[in-house]
Design a protein. Structure first.
Length: 236
């Protein structure tokens, strides 16, 4: 699957957001740029028809209690199915919460903000039916710890729906990703473009039921995608 870098002669919004590093960092220590600028760039960039298709795909099949890690400006809210009874939102940015206010108010699904750190979720074990993450694992300092928390709070047979960018299997692309990640982290809110997302998910004890990998059109180092669903094994 390839997404266009340009739409009607203008840069693709989905591509632009990858250049912006996936949004506000969850690493802590936000400065003015991370707190005031990146949430607004994220909010403006990830809109439009192509983004709508991806969000509808990520949120398909959700129901009951949903935890969204990296809630940001609430861009997923219009796509949550009616079967969702509540969204528990995790995001470190106060600006993003303000940007989300109108979308939250317009949605029939209630939203509860529960904190800003996906590495230490203030939830009971086995307390949510599904977890959603869109372009967020790249910015979390200890993604493995966040995934362990996601597994902990999922109910048995609960599903983790994710769309992330990360490490390409192509050696040449991966080499550039490793070279560029230190700069990417400094400029774009802690974003890592060289994380093996699929392996991190399975190492956390989640079982992949779907994983689609593809490049966005444009520089491949920034656009290798992991688009999938993983479940917590029943009985755990």
């Amino acid at each position: 699957m390839n997404l266009p870098r340009h739409v009607h002669g203008r840069p693709s919004r989905c591509y632009r957001i990858l250049e912006a590093g996936g949004g506000p960092s969850q690493t802590g220590g936000m400065g003015f740029y991370r707190e005031q600028i990146l949430p607004r760039v994220t909010d403006r960039a990830l809109r439009g028809r192509e983004a709508a298709r991806l969000r509808a795909r990520v949120t398909a099949g959700l129901s009951g209690e949903v935890l969204e890690v990296g809630f940001g400006s609430g861009l997923n809210m219009p796509y949550y199915p009616s079967a969702v009874t509540r969204v528990r939102a995790v995001d470190p940015s106060a600006v993003a919460r303000k940007l989300a206010a109108d979308r939250v108010a317009a949605s029939p699904v209630p939203v509860e903000y529960i904190g800003g750190d996906a590495q230490a979720l203030p939830l009971e074990d086995a307390s949510v039916d599904h977890v959603v993450s869109v372009l967020t694992l790249c910015t979390i300092r200890a993604a493995d710890r966040a995934l362990a928390e996601i597994r902990r709070v999922l109910r048995p047979a609960g599903a983790f729906h994710f769309m992330e960018h990360g490490l390409s299997p192509e050696e040449t692309v991966a080499r550039w990703q490793h070279r560029l990640t230190p700069l990417q982290r400094r400029v774009f809110g802690g974003c890592h473009i060289d994380r093996p997302i699929g392996r991190l998910v399975t190492n956390a004890g989640l079982e992949l039921t779907r994983l689609d990998n593809y490049y966005l059109n444009g520089p491949r180092a920034f656009g290798y995608m992991f688009d999938g669903v993983a479940v917590k094994p029943a009985g755990q």
